[in-house]
Design a protein. Structure first.
Length: 191
């Protein structure tokens, strides 16, 4: 069922959106502030967003040193690209990282690889939505500065719940009840 939001081009359009997960890797995530919760929410979110037919692309930074993506992240249908540059767009075409005109961004570290990749995506003509509760840094103040800077560059800063509601567009969407259950039961939620 297509979202009825097409008259609002500034909102997320699921048929025009893809997801880019930056460097959510085994040796990095344990040192990210709130990393365990970020990983749990990310895995759940990706499963739901893929059920809405959003393609997912992963990056792995210096995997020979930082390790592969966390368990459960690499999955059939999810493209994975290796990189050694902080900005994934330095080596890989924007179209490979973000196959649709809108891109939802999650990952680490917010102030390094996420920030530099977001700059490249924006320069490459993509409409970028940074999912604030799915990005992290070792130091929370670095994340705060990165989010502010990405906003100033032109990225939209959104919450995961905003993503869910914009992707559905209406309460009678067949996946609405599943989405509500997901929000109520998400890791770290206070019910």
């Amino acid at each position: 069922m297509e979202s009825q939001l097409s008259q609002y081009p500034r909102l997320i359009q699921p048929a025009q959106a893809s997801v880019l997960v930056i460097d959510v890797q085994e040796k990095l995530m344990p040192v990210i502030s709130g990393g365990a919760l970020l990983c749990a929410r990310l895995l759940e979110a990706l499963s739901y967003l893929e059920s809405l037919e959003l393609p997912v692309v992963l990056t792995e930074h210096c995997a020979e040193r930082i390790g592969p993506s966390i368990a459960g992240l690499a999955a059939p249908g999810r493209a994975c690209v290796s990189k050694h540059h902080f900005a994934a767009t330095s080596l890989h075409a924007v179209a490979r990282l973000a196959p649709r005109s809108q891109v939802l961004v999650a990952g680490a570290e917010a102030h390094v690889c996420v920030l530099q990749t977001v700059a490249g995506l924006l320069d490459g003509g993509r409409q970028v939505f940074v999912i604030e509760d799915l990005v992290g840094s070792r130091n929370p103040s670095d994340k705060t500065l990165a989010v502010a800077r990405m906003r100033a560059m032109g990225a939209q800063i959104v919450s995961l719940e905003m993503v869910y509601f914009e992707c559905l567009g209406q309460a009678d969407h067949p996946k609405f009840r599943e989405m509500l259950d997901l929000i109520r039961n998400q890791p770290g939620a206070s019910n």
